[in-house]
Design a protein. Structure first.
Length: 359
């Protein structure tokens, strides 16, 4: 009743104030949530920025990204469309300009119907990464423990060293990862690769590959494995014995079946992808196992190595999965292995290869 008796001018002012208050409230509730895949990078690495405009947003207005270096000069900019939930993902590679070494800033802005909102994050850039490795011996004999020593530079708190070892027939002999927490402050590390025992440990030249800083740094070395006359004779005797044994005494096997109906699957950049398989113990005894997923890019460079250990009862089936977050679009290959363990890398199944398309 009071509003109906008020002068028209006062009514208009009152309504205008209410609308402005609502607009201010909506503007104040809108913000941009930002995250990055790392806090420290080296030159040559890819940066992944993931964000979402929370609250009121304009789906036709992109998120504008500006990256500035320590000097305050912009060295990267982009406009990224928002999805239906206001989310966006963007990647760029840190170029070789040494003036970028130091503290960098990412600023993201978005123009809503009520005004502009923005958010910032900072990250550190260090010099281009390198990795060196050497074996603890010039050559090995069957039965020896193989130990690797290495050094990385610079030390990146969010990066690990991935190590692959292949035997003379190019079969995977060992996979290891060295976490950042296992690397000393001066960049040195040591890792036991395994004992030269089992079916895959044979005489010949082995190849060791090490990758660091998201595979922007890599190195390859080789080492020989020799056999003494007594070891050779003992090995031949053992092989003769094995050839006369029944099939019931052969090493246990684990059957691996893909969970998906096709060998190709799709994934998205910066979104978790799970590589799944169903494994089954086809033997009449309990079997220890290690489920390994190795992912390579189109150039054959390893971008992810993960594994899980477990135990299978006789004839038990189990669904295994390892997650991976792609950093760039492209075609990737997932290789799935089941070993007895890393210390005893006896293959319990054949290798499964899958193609993953990342968009």
């Amino acid at each position: 009743m009071r509003i109906s008796n008020a002068p028209k001018g006062l009514l208009i002012v009152t309504i205008s104030l209410v609308l402005l208050s609502q607009a201010y409230s909506a503007f104040g509730a809108t913000k941009i949530a930002l995250s990055m895949d790392r806090t420290v990078y080296s030159i040559g690495m890819k940066v992944t920025i993931v964000g979402q405009v929370l609250g009121s947003f304009d789906p036709d207005s992109p998120a504008k990204i500006t990256v500035t270096g320590p000097s305050g000069n912009s060295h990267h900019s982009a406009s990224v469309s928002l999805d239906s939930s206001g989310g966006f993902t963007h990647q760029f590679t840190i170029n070789s300009d040494t003036s970028l070494i130091g503290r960098n800033t990412v600023e993201v802005t978005h123009q809503t119907v009520s005004g502009k909102v923005s958010s910032t994050l900072t990250f550190e850039v260090r010099d281009r990464a390198s990795v060196t490795i050497q074996m603890n011996k010039g050559s090995y004999k069957l039965g020896d423990d193989v130990i690797l020593q290495g050094r990385v530079s610079p030390l990146l708190p969010d990066s690990q060293v991935l190590i692959q070892v292949f035997n003379p027939t190019n079969n995977a002999w060992s996979f290891k990862s060295v976490s950042a927490s296992s690397i000393s402050p001066d960049g040195q590390f040591m890792v036991e690769l395994g004992k030269l025992a089992g079916a895959k440990s044979i005489v010949g030249t082995y190849t060791v590959k090490a990758f660091y800083a998201a595979s922007t740094a890599s190195v390859t070395v080789t080492f020989p494995v020799v056999d003494s006359d007594s070891q050779s004779q003992s090995r031949k005797t053992e092989q003769t014995k094995q050839s006369g044994q029944s099939s019931a005494s052969t090493p246990s096997k684990v059957e691996v079946v893909e969970k998906e109906s096709t060998s190709a699957s799709a994934a998205e950049v910066a979104k978790e992808t799970v590589v799944q398989s169903e494994i089954k113990n086809t033997n009449e005894r309990t079997q220890e196992f290690t489920y390994i997923v190795l992912i390579k890019d189109s150039n054959g460079v390893t971008v992810s190595l993960s594994w899980a250990k477990g135990m299978l009862a006789p004839n038990q089936s189990l669904t295994m999965g390892q997650s991976w977050i792609p950093e760039a679009p492209g075609e990737y290959t997932a290789e799935i292995f089941v070993w007895e363990s890393f210390n005893n890398p006896v293959a319990l199944s054949g290798k499964i290869v899958r193609t993953i398309i990342v968009e």
